[in-house]
Design a protein. Structure first.
Length: 225
């Protein structure tokens, strides 16, 4: 067999191997070929939220929060911090910047998600009555840690009483996880009715990681120390 024929045989063998590998492992690797999965599934990811301008929303009132008016929770002595606009989840090793966009435009929010986790405009700020919503990408195991596409991939590992920390306006706000829920695309963001007069935090991402099928929501309640 001359070199030309040998090279041709190798290419055919490689092609057969790749096709066989793809067929056998399709359920595990199909997300690689899914543009929305790879690049954040922004359209579906933001489906539960209204496409309206941020300036039209009361800054302390979240539209899915049953019309509850948000108020200050009272004067509490929160710990001073030099960190600014930062989310920490110690259990799953997450430290990420919080981006505060000025619009709910899907395309712009999609770009902001590349820079960290995103505070959803119109939801409640830390220490204010109401529901604060923070969005983040998720990706399959082994995904490279670039552009924060992986940041919420391990939300499912959080359990009640786990700690979440937010640094905002030179104050440190601590939250404790209450529950996690898997919800359908387009469904309202869940919240415990017993928490409607308090400051709650809900972390939202696509679920399972890297697939645009459902949403995972982790609800946490602020701690006053």
């Amino acid at each position: 067999m001359d070199k030309k024929e040998k090279y041709k045989t190798i290419k055919i063998f490689a092609a057969i191997y790749l096709l066989s590998f793809t067929f056998i492992n399709w359920n595990e690797i199909s997300w690689i070929f899914n543009y929305k999965a790879v690049y954040g599934m922004v359209d579906g990811f933001l489906n539960p939220y209204p496409s309206i301008e941020a300036y039209s929303i009361n800054p302390y009132l979240f539209s899915n929060f049953n019309g509850q008016k948000a108020e200050n929770m009272g004067e509490y002595d929160f710990t001073y911090t030099d960190k600014q606009n930062m989310l920490e989840i110690p259990k799953i090793g997450i430290t990420a910047p919080i981006v505060f966009p000025k619009t709910t435009d899907v395309d712009l929010l999609g770009k902001e998600l590349d820079s960290g986790v995103v505070f959803y405009p119109g939801s409640a700020y830390p220490g204010k009555t109401g529901q604060m919503v923070i969005l983040g990408h998720s990706a399959p195991a082994g995904w490279p840690q670039i552009k924060y596409e992986w940041v919420f991939s391990k939300l499912n590992e959080l359990e009640p009483k786990d700690s979440i920390i937010i640094h905002f306006n030179n104050r440190q706000y601590k939250y404790t996880v209450r529950k996690k829920t898997i919800i359908k695309k387009g469904a309202d963001i869940p919240i415990d009715p017993s928490s409607i007069n308090q400051n709650t935090l809900t972390l939202i991402s696509c679920w399972p990681p890297g697939k645009n099928l459902q949403r995972i929501a982790v609800e946490a309640l602020i701690l006053y120390e």
